[in-house]
Write a protein that binds this ligand. Structure first.
Ligand SMILES: Nc1ncnc2c1ncn2[C@@H]1O[C@H](COP(=O)(O)OP(=O)(O)OP(=O)(O)O)[C@@H](O)[C@H]1O
Ligand SMILES: [Mg+2]
Length: 303
């Protein structure tokens, strides 16, 4: 538990990450993900509770824990005046890494930055900076990695490059805790996920298990100008509909209908909408995603 004054950033939460796992904290802005990572990595002192990393109590022996973990913080803490190589050197030095030059060369090679190692990072792209952070977090060869929103703001190609690296690091035996508000990222990478909202864990499990726990086998997403509550009630009464949610989209209101069977928009639903004098502006039928599960749990959108 962590309070900042009156703000209850993280309430009573508890979870375990198994050795060798990729574990994800998935949640929207302000859910408490960074605060949770801060508490585990001993950057933030908890108001209440305890954290054990690899058998070591974080509050009792923070330095012992720090030696064994690598952290990629959400807000890039790189020195803009230095080159890529020098930024990694600062970290290697702080950790007392042996044969520094060799190791720095290795980690920069690993993230594909060897050729740009001696350039000032002022000229690095967002994806390059993120890869440099990965190199820096790896320089002392930690067993456990914390990645706080590792692909935030990156384009799809840079994002996939980071995903690939994360998977490789995991298959080399590193335990990884990552936070994200991208459901595709949690789905693609994590063995298990804890869904966080407003300082609480609202659900947890493997991506497959979470998606199968949803209220339907299909989601029919219908765009409408507005959604009267009478319409929601009428559609709920149509057979094979297990839940209906109204979600505010960027342009339209969206009606998310979770249906048990059948991929079609049933004639009953169409006539409910027509009877309310409304036109279907857009429609999309698909399998439930983690986003749907989140909406279903909280009534809010994830991203
Ligand atoms: N140092 C601080 N002082 C005061 N309030 C804080 C501090 N750090 C976090 N908070 C508050 O705690 C809550 C959780 O913030 P946190 O940064 O942990 O969320 P998050 O899930 O990481 O969000 P994001 O996706 O935006 O990174 C927010 O309400 C935030 O304003
Ligand atoms: Mg955060």
């Amino acid at each position: 538990m962590k309070n900042f004054g009156d703000i209850e950033a993280v309430k009573n939460i508890s979870f375990e990450v198994g050795s060798g796992e990729i574990f994800g904290l998935l949640g929207p802005n302000g859910a408490g993900k960074t605060t949770t990572v801060g508490v585990i990595t001993s950057e933030v002192k908890p108001t209440l509770g305890e954290v054990v990393v690899d058998g070591v109590d974080v509050e009792e022996r923070p330095l012992a824990v720090k030696k064994n973990i690598g952290v990629i913080p959400q807000h890039r803490s790189l020195d803009r005046k230095l080159t890529g190589w020098e930024n990694v050197w600062v970290m290697a030095n702080a950790y007392g890494v042996g044969e520094k030059e060799e190791r720095i060369r290795e980690v920069l090679e690993l993230v594909g930055l060897s050729e740009r190692a001696n350039d000032s990072i002022r000229g690095y792209s967002g994806g390059m900076l993120q890869r440099l952070l990965v190199a820096r977090a790896l320089v002392h060869d930690p067993d456990v990695l914390f990645l706080d929103e590792p692909t935030m703001g990156l384009d799809p190609q840079a994002r996939r490059a980071i995903w690939k690296r994360v998977k490789e690091l995991n298959s080399e035996g590193k335990t990884i805790l990552l936070t994200t508000h991208y459901m595709e990222e949690a789905d693609a990478l994590c063995d298990r996920i804890a869904i966080m909202n407003k300082g609480r864990i609202v659900e947890r499990g493997s991506p497959e298990k979470l998606k199968s726990q949803g209220p339907g086998e299909n989601v029919i997403k219908i765009g409408l100008e507005e959604v009267p509550s009478s319409l929601v009630r009428e559609i709920r009464d149509v057979g094979m509909v297990s839940d209906v949610r109204v979600v505010e989209g960027s342009k339209l209101m969206e009606l998310h209908i979770f249906s048990e069977k059948g991929k079609e928009l049933s004639p009953e639903i169409v006539s409910c909408i027509k009877d309310d004098g409304m036109d279907v502006i857009s429609m999309d039928v698909r399998e439930p995603t983690l986003e749907d599960i989140f909406i279903n749990l909280t009534g809010e959108k994830l991203e």
